[in-house]
Design a protein around this ligand. Structure first.
Ligand code: ZN
Length: 536
């Protein structure tokens, strides 16, 4: 492996320490030295004049496991300067699968999301260890740390049954979790807002968190509600940490829905109070005011509970459809429906499978319903029926002021909640959330340079050493001798996101080079084709 000298850059080491001028010598994929006068005996030299040189970013909340098999370059992510991603978030992982519930698991994995090669699912792996082996055999353009998803784990043991697990089912879940963690899962994730995770009860999670604690890994919680039930949902996550002693990461923290806008003081009081009691708590955020979810969130859970086929049956049966409609109307009047968080004009559809609806990608529900000449709720039923019960959407439901205040909190970690896509090929489809392309450069451009909400050093710490600390990553996240040479070099004067809600498939500006394990992967906007990723 060649050795490289990075010269004349401004080093921001990831710890929050002030920037300083120095050179970095890389040898055998590791940082060999940092300083000045490091000699001339190098195979190649990178001139980083006017550039910031910092650790490769670590994205603690990603879904790139959905797409990595389709395009191992992971370009929308690595071109942001990210070199490591924590995947398997929001309760969704591709393993473990059990033969007893393989059809339900396959349904869920191929319809709710898209784990790349659908035909591989369930054929290649049943255990987490086999899944990791499968990933290890793929060429990987990025480092991945996979979590085990609670939704997968629960379905593997008890199918889509609601209610508390039996003593035996709980024991099986604990054993399957323990085995998955032993076989390399970095922790447990939940998506408690979504089926089947939403069928669970708090006590079963505390018991699973005790397993996570024993192995000193992480529980990443997409909490049970992010709008009307936000505060009790945060309390539930805190209780899991408090009663089990395990580390808790609250995923994509936000104040969703206008009823919560302006409540950052209350939010921080709750979080800081838990930390002061010794709860091992951290959280992450993406720098946008829209979230990404499924349109199915707007219809009652019982309609969807028994899988996509039953959902479509429910939506097409005239009597059932009327009943669903009445229930939604009542919930809206009571103020407890998703509509009360974001009305139809704030809901944008990102991607259709049906060719006849492709023209509606990137449009709001109000616009689509006007074109289809039906009222918005009929439109929602129609779209969900045609799209097999699930449809990705963006929901504009946060206040910019809150986003800024949460970002400025010293404990907030930056994460994308995105997944790797690309401006070409199979992953160049639909109108995805711009965070897939823009998260990290957006923070450095919009919030550091333009709005001066954070210093460059503080922002980079939130992208590097802080997530590394949460994940127990000892050899990444800081620029220091003997660390793995995962390094991002960017221009602080020009770095910015380019992806927008209207035109998301655009790579950011200002990332000069991305180096992984000592090899240049992104070089002035070009992917060099080097596949340097590993499963960590
Ligand atoms: Zn989530």
């Amino acid at each position: 492996m060649s050795n490289i000298l990075i010269q004349n850059g401004r080093i921001i080491d990831g710890t929050g320490t002030a920037a300083y001028p120095a050179d970095i010598a890389i040898e055998n994929g590791k940082i060999e030295n940092i300083g000045t006068g490091l000699g001339t005996n190098f195979d190649s030299t990178i001139d980083a004049t006017d550039m910031v040189v910092c650790p490769g970013f670590i994205d603690i909340h990603s879904h790139t496991d959905f797409t990595i098999a389709d395009n191992p370059n992971a370009e929308s992510i690595i071109r942001q300067g990210v070199t490591t991603e924590i995947v398997g978030n929001c309760g969704m992982s591709a393993a473990p699968l059990t033969t007893a519930f393989i059809s339900q698991l396959k349904d869920r994995l191929t319809i709710e999301s898209d784990y790349g090669k659908a035909e591989d699912i369930g054929n290649s792996w049943e255990t987490f260890g086999e899944y990791i082996q499968y990933l290890n055999e793929l060429p990987l353009g990025i480092n991945l740390m996979p979590l085990v998803g609670f939704g997968t784990l629960r379905t593997a043991v008890m199918g889509l049954k609601s209610g508390a697990p039996s003593v035996d089912e709980l024991r099986q879940m604990e054993a399957l979790l323990e085995k998955s963690l032993e076989e390399g899962a970095a922790g447990l994730s939940t998506g408690l807002e979504y089926l089947p995770d939403s069928l669970s009860h708090g006590d079963e999670l505390i018991k699973l968190c005790r397993v996570v604690k024993r192995q000193n890994k992480l529980y990443a919680s997409h909490i049970r509600g992010e709008d009307q039930t936000l505060f009790p949902a945060i309390e539930e996550a805190i209780r899991c940490g408090e009663e089990s002693g395990c580390k808790i990461q609250i995923s994509h923290l936000k104040l969703g829905g206008h009823n919560n806008w302006g409540k950052t003081d209350q939010l921080f009081a709750l979080l800081e109070g838990a930390m002061s009691r010794g709860v091992r708590l951290s959280w992450d955020q993406y720098p946008y005011t829209a979230w990404g979810t499924g349109l199915e969130d707007y219809i009652p859970e019982w309609v969807r509970q028994n899988g996509p086929k039953k959902t479509i049956q429910n939506l097409t049966d005239r009597v059932t459809r009327t009943k669903i409609r009445q229930e939604i109307d009542l919930a809206i009047k009571a103020g407890t429906h998703a509509y009360n968080t974001a009305a139809w004009e704030n809901v944008q559809v990102t991607k259709f499978k049906s060719p006849e609806y492709k023209i509606f990608e990137g449009k709001r529900i109000t616009e689509i319903s006007a074109e289809l000449k039906v009222d918005p709720l009929e439109c929602v039923f129609e779209l969900l029926t045609k799209e097999q019960g699930t449809l990705p959407i963006l929901v504009f439901c946060m206040a910019e002021d809150d986003v800024e205040k949460i970002m400025a909190h010293p404990q907030t970690i930056i994460a994308s909640d995105g997944k790797a896509v690309a401006t070409y090929g199979d992953l160049h489809t639909g109108s995805p959330h711009p965070r897939y392309y823009g998260t990290f450069p957006r923070v450095l451009g919009k919030y550091v340079r333009e709005k001066t909400i954070l210093s460059l050093e503080a922002a980079i710490k939130k992208m590097t050493s802080m997530p590394a600390g949460v994940m127990n990553l000892q050899d990444r996240g800081v620029l220091a001798v003997d660390m793995v040479a995962d390094i991002t070099i960017f221009d602080p004067e020009t770095i910015c996101d380019v992806a927008t809600y209207e035109d998301p498939h655009q790579y950011p500006n200002g990332i000069d080079k991305v180096i992984m394990s000592g090899a240049v992967v992104i070089d002035k906007g070009n992917h060099t084709g080097k596949m340097m990723g590993h499963i960590i």
